[in-house]
Design a protein around this ligand. Structure first.
Ligand SMILES: Cc1cc2nc3c(=O)[nH]c(=O)nc-3n(C[C@H](O)[C@H](O)[C@H](O)COP(=O)(O)OP(=O)(O)OC[C@H]3O[C@@H](n4cnc5c(N)ncnc54)[C@H](O)[C@@H]3O)c2cc1C
Length: 448
């Protein structure tokens, strides 16, 4: 097979550009982490469902692998491929607010556009992740957690229906009632059973102003102790929560959202916060400041590595995990450690369960916690890179020992046996489904 005949076959049925020139292929040969390289044969900038269907059919007839790519912010090579990269074109994204306030959104859309369109209609999506330049399909394929996960869980919990293009190119709608097993495996499913084309999402009335309380802490152990109340907290109380440790400063931040500045200023603090910390600051701010929405181009630097990994634990697990980190500062608090971030994650309200969702290890507590360590530096600093990898190897081992789960968008070394041991019958079922839907294993072969 020549790459030009593959490109010709793709161009016959695809509206968006099909890229085969060296510099374009190079740009899609790495992801945000830049720790793995896979040079594709062709890149399809898909602009419609038909583009996706045609690309999957061509991949099948040529017997080449094909991987979905949204904004490419995975860090472990999950969206890379040596065959065809189906790079969902953000410019062709559509966002429609339905009469009942729900939103129908194509998965190639970036969250910034979703957020802006909803705000224009007086609505908001309950969970936005830290980065609004990521794609709807990309974050719904990994789970999607943010500062409101404290009360509303994950992005995937907010999906009512999804249109999925199966590996052979057949399109189906799925939901909790319609093709429920496909629905379960498509969300937080790393593109294993198909390509997410569009989704119908729950939304909330917009409340763009946040009243925030920032608590300064001396160390992680002290902070985790001060968070003990959050594990089973059912409110009324703060809706927003995250903690960040950067440049030696550790803050936990709680907040509540309001429609107006005046309402935020007039509000009183929910009870547990009053008692929370020895040093605190209050502010009223636009919720926008809690997310980043810059252009995706500027941060993709082929000269940098990013070793990012997040681990989900219950409160006791978190307590032991942070003690483990703090007991060995020279192993974890490396010069290339940019940020440590913590989120509180409410369990799904309707008892739903996504097999590869980081929260799924826990049936019991109301809330679990996701802690991420993010190292970055120039690729020329191989010693720093190796130290960061070693740190994450140790974190993974500790996380698994404590009964936790890794967030699979990140950088990790988990072979198939380790994944089988971790996800048990869900992993077995996912592999059986793939055998049925994609017997040659061509779709997203490296993402899970
Ligand atoms: C700096 C940074 C900050 C982050 N902050 C957060 C955060 O606050 N909360 C959080 O939850 N996560 C966070 N993440 C993780 C982020 O949500 C994931 O990396 C997510 O995958 C990014 O979306 P993307 O569009 O870049 O996906 P990609 O990396 O392009 O794809 C991710 C996975 O989804 C698959 N995929 C992509 N599109 C589709 C589709 N349409 N159908 C089926 N499969 C598809 C890909 O093949 C791949 O397996 C962060 C990541 C970075 C780098």
């Amino acid at each position: 097979m020549s790459s030009s005949s593959l490109a010709d076959a793709l161009r016959e049925g695809v509206r968006g550009p099909v890229l085969t020139d060296e510099s374009s292929l190079e740009r899609y040969s790495f992801d945000f982490g830049n720790l793995r390289r896979r040079l594709p044969l062709a890149v399809v900038r898909s602009q419609s469902e038909q583009d996706v269907v045609h690309t999957l059919r061509v991949a099948r007839s040529f017997g080449v692998p094909v991987s979905s790519r949204g904004a490419g912010h995975s860090v472990g090579g999950q969206c890379l491929c040596e065959g065809i990269v189906l790079a969902h074109d953000a410019e062709a994204g559509e966002v429609r607010v339905l009469e009942d306030g729900r939103a129908e959104v194509t998965c190639r859309s970036r969250w910034k556009r979703v957020e802006r369109t909803l705000a224009g209609a007086g609505r908001m999506f309950p969970i936005l992740t830290n980065l609004l330049r990521t794609s709807v399909g990309g974050t719904l394929s990994v789970g999607g957690y943010g500062v409101r996960s404290f009360v509303d869980g994950a992005q995937v919990d907010q999906v009512e229906r999804a249109r999925l293009i199966l590996p052979e190119g057949q399109a189906v709608w799925c939901s909790r009632e319609e093709n429920p097993e496909l629905f379960r495996f498509a969300l937080a499913g790393f593109g294993q059973v198909g390509v997410l084309e569009r989704v119908v999402l729950r939304t909330l009335p917009d409340r763009p102003i946040a009243r925030l309380q920032m608590n300064r802490h001396r160390n992680w152990r002290e902070m985790v102790d001060s968070l003990a109340w959050t594990a089973e907290w059912e409110g009324p109380g703060p809706e927003l929560f995250f903690a960040e440790h950067r440049a030696g400063k550790l803050w936990s931040i709680f907040g509540t959202q309001f429609e107006t500045d005046a309402a935020a200023q007039a509000s009183s603090l929910p009870e547990p916060l009053v008692r929370m910390a020895r040093e605190r600051v209050h502010m009223v701010a636009n919720v926008d400041m809690l997310h980043k929405g810059e252009d995706e181009g500027e941060l993709f630097d082929p000269a940098m590595y990013r070793v990012m990994g997040d681990y989900c634990l219950d409160l006791e697990g978190l307590r032991r995990f942070v003690a483990f980190l703090e007991e060995q500062p020279s192993r974890f608090w490396l010069p290339n450690l940019d940020l440590v971030r913590l989120l509180g994650l409410a369990q799904p309200k309707d008892g739903g369960r996504w097999p590869f969702d980081i929260r799924a290890a826990y049936g019991g507590p109301q809330r679990v916690y996701g802690i991420g360590l993010y190292y970055l530096g120039p690729l020329s600093d191989q010693a720093g890179l190796e130290a960061a990898r070693q740190a994450h190897r140790a974190c993974m081992e500790k996380c698994l020992e404590l009964g936790g789960r890794p967030y699979l968008y990140g950088w990790m070394e988990l072979d198939r046996d380790a994944r089988q041991a971790l996800y048990k019958q869900d992993y077995t079922r996912m592999r059986a489904l793939r055998q049925e839907l994609d017997p040659r294993g061509l779709l997203n072969p490296e993402s899970l």
